[in-house]
Each structure stands twice: as C-alpha cells, then as structure tokens.
Design a protein around this ligand. Structure first.
Ligand SMILES: [Fe+2]
Length: 349
C-alpha cells in the first residue's frame, strides 16, 4: 500500500477516465479490507482490478449511481471476476443486478454504512450514496453544476426537489464527489454547492432552474448509441430480462436451434479454444469480455441465445449487455456445452 493509505479508517480513492471525464470511486474499510467501487468504466477495468488485487480488497459491491449514457460499465465483468454484487437503484428498472436499493436503504461496508438517497431527476433511476461524511452524487449534483435532464426520463423539477430536500439537507461539511467533472475539479462540499452552484444554489428557484435546464440545447453524449441504445429505455418500460427464463436449458436451446428463426442467432460465450473443440452448429463465438464490441451486431437480431460451459459466463455476458440496453437476449443458465454433448446433439468443430 502507498503511504497515503490510512492504517485504519475509510480509504476513498478517486479514479478518472479521461475519455468520458468519469470519476470512479474505490472505497475501502482498511480495517476489514472490504471494498466497493462506484461507477466503474469498462475501459478502466484493468486499472481497477489491479487496485483491487494489489490492495488485497474483498470487493463486496459494484455500485452504480445510474444507467450511464456516456460510458459502458464494467460492473458485469467485475462481478464475474471478483464475486462483487451489482448495486443499482430499484427505480432504474434493471433486473440483471444483485441488490436493488430504495431510498433510505443501507449497505454494510466493513465498519461503515452506505446509505442510499434516491435522487431521480437526471434520470428516473438516479441514486446518491452517503458514507462517513461523503456523498457520491452521480450526475445529480456536479461541482457548480448538475446533470442534464433531457433524456432517460429526466425531470428538472424532480432534480431540483431532490437536491434541495435530500442533498442540501446534509451537513454543510459533507464532501461532494460527483460522477464527472470537465474542468479538473475533484471534490466539493454541500455548503459550497448550496452557496455557489449557479443552477441549484444561492437564490435559484425551481422555476429558474427548470427554465435553465429547458434551454441547454446540449448535443447527445458521444457514446450514447453504444452505452444506452435507446436513451429513454432505462425506465418504467425497460425490462432487459424480458427473454430470460431462469430454467432455460441446453435442451431448450436444442429446440430453439432446430427451428432457429432467420433473424435469430446462437452465441457461444466460451473462449476461442473451447469453441474450436466443439460447439452448437451455426453458433458464433463471442468470448465473455468481448461482448461490448459486438453490441451493434447483436442488437440487430430479434433474439440472441447465449450459452457457455456452465451457464455462468453466458449469464455474465447477458448482464453486461443488459446493462447497456439490449433486451433481445435469452441465456442458458446452470447448464452448457457438456450437457449438449451428453445429450448426443450434433456438434460442429
Ligand atoms: Fe449520466
């Protein structure tokens, strides 16, 4: 550990993704080595995993402040490789997660408690998280700004109310850690933002705020088509597990394979070497971890069946793809290629 790691207490590491200007936060109770990552970015997966390994962290949670439009999360692959649970606001409507939080819910992190503060407005599923004098505000409250409210069921009035009632009621010395900053600022405080935030602080009224937000005329985030294929899909109408059946087996896959529709595909999520040793005839190989670069290709199908060896990698790939908006997925769970072979179904090499 480096010298700035406290002997005991809560360590908060602020990490940055230059491409999306996203802050990822690594929280560790140094007494127990239990940790949580807030808003990890796919491109920074290796960096984050290195921290986890070098600091000997037992990663309990991957926590999302909301479904991001500007980057792809590494939550699914972190879960696969660390056993961490994916935490999201229940209101985000994303089922492929482990813990769905509502306002006031708490998570234990070692000797600390993470408290969920529902702060919808930037999106309908935004959640802020308070721990030990710090609040992680996502895009709800930025330093001297706030997230836009013009897509993903954003609502300016709601954002104003939640900042006023849930964030600005925290003690003034609470440190504010946002999901982004575009000007090199890293941290603020509730007292500072109450006074100096030009949109939400000072004497700004709700109607001033709504007028400002309605006249921003911002471009869409550059990655929105990749990160959130339908940018308003993460909300009440969104159900990424629409085609996920808990008991979908390899024999079910066999039935689907025999009558595979013209616009359907079977994906093998194992490694290339496993795929080359025998796979479901006609299936394509997209090893776990590479699924995000096939989003456009997979989105074009009416239905995508996924399998692997035991079902775990296929489920993780489904999670990763669901979190970025695909809802045409069917995943074989609990079984896989050995069951296909044992059943005597045809194999392609
Ligand atoms: Fe956002």
């Amino acid at each position: 550990m480096t010298s700035d790691v406290p002997v005991s207490g809560l360590l908060c590491r602020q990490l940055f993704d230059r491409d999306s200007f996203t802050y990822t936060y690594l929280l560790i109770d140094t007494a127990t080595s239990e940790g949580a990552l807030i808003d990890p970015v796919m491109e920074q997966y290796d960096r984050d995993l290195q921290y986890i390994e070098e600091l000997g962290i037992e990663l309990l949670y991957v926590i999302e402040t909301h479904a991001h439009a500007d980057h792809i999360t590494s939550a699914g692959i972190l879960r696969q490789n660390t056993g961490a649970k994916i935490v999201f606001s229940k209101a985000a409507g994303i089922d492929a997660i482990d813990i769905a939080l509502e306002d006031g819910d708490e998570l234990k992190l070692g000797n600390y408690t993470i408290k969920a503060l529902a702060t919808p407005g930037h999106t309908s599923g935004c959640m802020s998280y308070y721990i030990d004098g710090r609040v992680f505000t996502g895009d709800t409250l930025l330093i001297r700004g706030c997230g836009r409210t013009d897509f993903q069921q954003g609502d300016a009035q709601m954002l104003y109310d939640n900042v006023s009632n849930k964030l600005f009621t925290l003690p003034d010395d609470t440190l504010v850690y946002p999901a982004h900053d575009y000007k090199g600022r890293t941290c603020s405080s509730i007292g500072e933002e109450k006074r100096w935030n030009p949109r939400l602080g000072g004497e700004q009224s709700a109607s001033d705020f709504i007028e400002t937000m309605n006249n921003l005329n911002l471009d869409m985030p550059k990655k929105i088509n990749e990160a959130v294929p339908a940018n308003v899909s993460v909300g009440v109408d969104y159900n990424p597990r629409r085609y996920v059946y808990d008991d979908f087996s390899m024999s079910d896959l066999h039935s689907s394979w025999r009558q595979l529709g013209a616009n359907e595909v079977i994906v093998d999520n194992r490694r290339a070497v496993e795929f080359s040793e025998g796979h479901v005839p006609g299936s394509i190989n997209i090893p776990l971890g590479s699924e995000s670069i096939h989003v456009e290709q997979l989105k074009a199908y009416d239905k995508v069946y996924m399998y692997c060896r035991s079902g775990r990698r296929a489920q993780t790939a489904l999670t990763n793809l669901s979190l970025i908006g695909l809802n045409n997925l069917v995943c074989v769970s609990h079984t896989g290629m050995p069951n296909w072979i044992a059943a005597g179904y045809p194999i392609e090499l």
